[in-house]
Design a protein around this ligand. Structure first.
Ligand code: SF4
Length: 206
């Protein structure tokens, strides 16, 4: 299962279902900006300094969690590996981003047999890092989200629409139609109206 599914699920379970169950993907200004911001870190290369080695586009996996993915950047210093995820926009504190970063750290720990207690998210809009500590609560969130995504994929169950402020930034609005499916009573009323109108136009016996 891709690590990105954890980020999608913790942002909106339906978004995760649309992408990973129904293979829907649409771009909007946010996804396009994200792609541009990732151009440099999507290419496998490295940089070395006297006390630091930077590896870009590092493949990741965890047999225990059943996850695969890629880290934008892993810095190796005397204190161990330090994953850095690149994001567009200004510095913020969004949980779905920290879950993704912590999942990368848990993969690195299993792959390298070394503790990864911290990492950072780099925000291109502010040119600033937010350091994240991978504490027990965050690691539990990664495990629980992994189990929830796996259950969704196993049951082929597309989650309900959240229909809230998250939808404004979501590129999948056209496929999701949150205003329709997020209000089942309204959708039922529209359906009843549609069939009532058609029934009247078609006339009796049709
Ligand atoms: S439009 Fe809203 S409900 Fe639909 S996938 Fe996006 S965030 Fe989720």
């Amino acid at each position: 299962m891709p690590i990105s599914a954890l980020e999608h699920f913790s942002y909106c379970p339906r978004q995760c279902g649309l992408i990973h169950l129904e293979q829907v993907f649409d771009d909007n200004v946010f996804t396009l900006r994200g792609r541009l911001a990732h151009e440099r870190v999507d290419e496998v290369h490295h940089e070395t300094r006297p006390d630091l080695r930077r590896e870009y586009a590092v493949p990741l996996w965890s047999r225990r969690l059943g996850l695969i993915g890629r880290a934008d950047l892993v810095e190796f210093t005397a204190t161990g590996p330090y994953p850095v995820e690149h994001k567009v926009g200004k510095k913020r504190a969004w949980d779905h981003e920290t879950i993704q970063l912590c999942a990368q750290a848990m993969c690195l720990e299993e792959m390298l047999g070394q503790a990864v207690p911290r990492g950072a998210i780099y925000y291109h809009g502010s040119r600033a890092r937010r350091e994240v500590e991978f504490d027990a609560a965050l690691r539990r969130q990664v495990e629980e989200t992994t189990a929830a995504v796996r259950a969704m994929l196993r049951d082929l169950a597309l989650p309900a629409a959240v229909h809230d402020a998250r939808c404004r930034h979501c590129s999948l609005q056209d496929a999701c139609l949150p205003a329709v499916v997020g209000r089942p009573a309204r959708a039922r009323a529209w359906r009843a109206e549609l069939f009532r109108t058609h029934g009247e136009e078609d006339g009796p016996g049709s």
